[in-house]
Design a protein around this ligand. Sequence first.
Ligand code: ANZ
Ligand code: ZN
Length: 836
Amino acid sequence: MEINQEEYQPQIFEKKWQEQWQTQGLHQASDKKDKPKYYCLDMFPYPSGEGLHVGHLRGYTYSDVISRKKKMQGYNVLHPMGFDAFGLPAENYALAHNIPPQESVTKNISHFRQQLNSFGYMYDWDREVVTCNSDYYKWTQWLFLQLYKKGLAYHKEAFINWCTGCKASLANEEVVAGKCERCGSEVTKKKLTQWFLKITDYADRLLNDLQYLNWPDKVKTMQKNWIGQSYGTEFVMEVMFDGKEKKKVEELTGLDYKLAGAISPDDEVKIKIYTTRIDTIFGITYVVLAPEHPLVNYLTTSEQKNIVEEYIQQSSRLAQRERLSQEREKTGVFTGSYAINPVNNKQVPIWVADYVLPDYASGAIMAVPAHDDRDYEFAEKYGLEIIEVIVPEGLKEQKNKAFIEDGVLVGSGEFTNLTSVEAREKITAWLEEQGLGYGTKKYKLRDWLISRQRYWGAPIPIVYCDKCGEVPVPEKDLPLLLPEIKDFRPTDTGRSPLARTENFAQTTCPKCGGPAHRETDTISQWVCSSWYFCRYADSKNETEIFDKKKVKYWLPVDLYIGGVEHAVLHLLYARFFTKFMFDVGLIEFEEPFNKLFNQGMIYYQGSKMSKSKGNVVNPDEIIQKYGVDTLRIYELFMGPAEQDVEWSDESVIGIYRFLEKIWQLANYILNNQSQVEIEPELEKFKHKTIKRVGQDLDDFKFNTAVAALMEYVNNLNEFKNNNQVIHISYLSDLIKMIAPMAPHTAEELWHRLGNIGSIFEQTWPDYQENLVIDKTFDLVIQINGKVRDTIIVGVEIKQDEALELVKQQEKIIKYLENKEIKKVIFVPGRLINLVI
Ligand code: ANZ
Ligand code: ZN
C-alpha cells in the first residue's frame, strides 16, 4: 500500500474492506456468552422492486453506527437483517410486472442485499430471515396452530374491512382514515367468514406494560389510544314492541341473544347498553341501535319497515371514512318501538342511526342529548326531547349546546345532588342490585383479522371435513407449502386464488381420512413479522421454532430502529405475539423491544422522498462520485435524527471535503513523524471530543457528534498549517472515533498506520475526567447561610451535579443526616447554599 497516496479516492478501497469484513466473519454475532450482548435491530424491509433510495438509509445508518460503536465498546453485538417478503406489497409488484412472486422476490432480495452491503453495514448475513421461505413460514404456521390450540385463533363470519383495490380483507389497523394503508383505495364493509386472532384478550397487558418501555411518547400514546380503554357501565333496557307487547327471545329465531342483552333464549328481548356516563341515565330521551344491530329487524314495526330498510341500505353503501367523519350530518330513523329506562320506567323511542358503530361495545347507546354532543345534534335535528340532569358545580347557566363535563345531578330521583363521580358508582351499584347491569371496562381494540384472500402468503393450516368439521393440520405435516400456480390474480368474490387450485384445495381429513377441503386464505404478512426478531437468534433451526437458550441470551432487542408508521400495526402485533410466546413458555420476557427509536423522514424538492413522486436520490450515484462514507456521514449530519429533514446535494460535497481533509491530515501526520511531546491544550481538546462524540452517539445526536469531529479536525489542521509535528495518537483516536460512521476510510487509514487487525477489534477511546474539565473554581458550600466547606469543581458544573458532590463531602454529611433539604441556592462560579 502506498503511504503517499495524496488523494482521497474511497472507491479504491471500499469494496476491498467490505469483502474482507465478510470473509473474516467480522460481523458475525457469536452465541458464546462471554461478553455482554447488544441486540440492535432494524425493521426489516419488504424487498420492493425499486430498491433503496437515500431516504431509506437514515435509520439503517443510525443502527449501524450504534452497532459498530457497541462492538468497539466490547459488546457481543447482534445486528441482523432479513426480508419481509410475503404479502400484498410483494404480490402487487409481481402482478404489475406479470411475473411469479417467487421470481420477483428472489430477484429483489438479491438486489437489496447487494445494496445494503454496498453501504458497508455490518449485518450478520448468516442469520438472515426471509419470511416467504418455507423454513421460516413453517414456524409462522406452527405459531398459528399454537394460538389455535389455546382458542386464540378462531373463524367467524363478520362484517369486515374490504379493500376494493387489494381485493382482500384488512385488519382494522390497516385501515387509515377509511382507506387502505397499503394502496389508498376505499375500504368498504363485506360480510365474510374470516380468521381472527384474539388480541383483545391481551388488551389489558398491552396497555399496562407500555409504562415499562423506553419508547417515544408519541408511539406509546398512539398504542394507548388505539387500545382505547374506558371504564363504564353495561346494563339492559326492556323493550315494548309497537309500544305495547314484550317478546321472548325464543320467538325470534336466529337472534344472537347474548348480543341482544338477554341471558338465555327464554328471556324477554332486551337491549344491552354501554355507557361511560351512567350518571346521566335520568336524561335518556331515546335509544339508538347501529344499523347492523341484530335486533333492528325485530324491533321495527310494520309501519316503519320500509323506511328503516331503506336507511340500512343507504348507510351500508357509505364508506367507513364517511361514516366516522365528525363533520357529517347525523342521520337516523325511528323503529316504531320503545325502550324502558330502568331507573324511572320512562318509555323512550328506539332509533337506528349510523353514528352508532356495530362493533364497539354492544352497538347500542342510551342517548342523552343534554350531555353528549352527537346526541344533542341528533335530537335537535329530529325534534327529540332534551332533558338536563347534570349542572356545573356552583353556577347554573342557560346554554344552547350539550354540557358534557361532570357536574352535579339534578332531576335524578334519589341520586339528585350527587356529583357525577359519586353517581356513577351509586347508580352502577343500584343496577347491579337489580340484576340489570354492572361496571365494566371496554376496549376500542378489536380482534385481529389475519386471513387474506390472496395468493402470496403462508397458507392457513386448517382443513374442513364434512364429518369432523374444522381440523388443524398436524404439526408434523408442516410446512404446508404454498403451491406454485400460474394464475395468482385476486378476485372480487372474497375467494382466494388458491381456491381455484384443485389439488391444493381438495385434500383428505387428517382425522378421519375422508374427503375434505383446505382453508384457502393465506396469513397476513403482519403475522410473519410479529416474531421474526426471535428467529434471528437461531435462524437455521430445523427442529424447533428456536432454541430457547439462544433466545434467552439475545433477547429482548436492546434497540429497535424504524419508522413511526408502524406504531399501531407491527409494533402492537409484535408485542401481542411476544406476550403469547411468553404465556406458552417459549420465551422468558414479555416485551420484545426495550428501546425504540423512530427516525425522521427525508424530504427532497419539497415532498417526502419516494419513487412514486419521482424525487428520489439514488445512493449508487453518490457512492460512485463521493464514496459510501460520505453518504453515511451525510445521513448522520443532515439534521436531528428524529426530525424530518430536506436532502441537500451541496451539503453532500461538504461532507466529502471533510473526509478529504481527514485524509490529507493523516498523510501529513504520517509523513512528518519525529519525536514530539503531547501538546497539553490539544490533549484536553481531544479528551473533550472523545467525551462529546461518545455521549452524542449514545443520545442519538449523530449530527452533533459529526460536528464535534469537524471541530477536532480543524484544530489539528491548525497545527498542520503551522508545519508543526502532530503526535500520532491524535490521529489514531480520530480514526477510532470516526470508524463507526466512516468505517471504510477509518479501516484504510488504520492499516496505513501499520496496524494489522481490523479497527473494529480496537476499543473505543476513553477520556480522562480531569482533562475534560475546562477550568475550575472553589465552590463555597453553605448550610443555612453558614460556610461549612469549599471544594474544587469545573466551571461548567450544574446545580444537580454540584448538589450530588456536596452530599458526598465528609464535612457536610453530618449536617445533612436526617435532615430534609428544603431549598438549594446555587450561584454558578461561587457558592451553593442548602436550606435545611
Ligand atoms: C350515554 C352518554 C351520555 C355517553 C353522555 C356519553 C356522554 P368511550 O369513552 O369511547 O368508550 N357509545 C357506546 N357504544 C357506542 C357505539 N357502539 N357507537 C358509538 N358510540 C357508542 O365512549 C363510550 C360512550 O360512547 C358511551 O357513553 C356511549 O355514549 C357511546 F352524556 O352513553 B355514552
Ligand atoms: Zn388495498
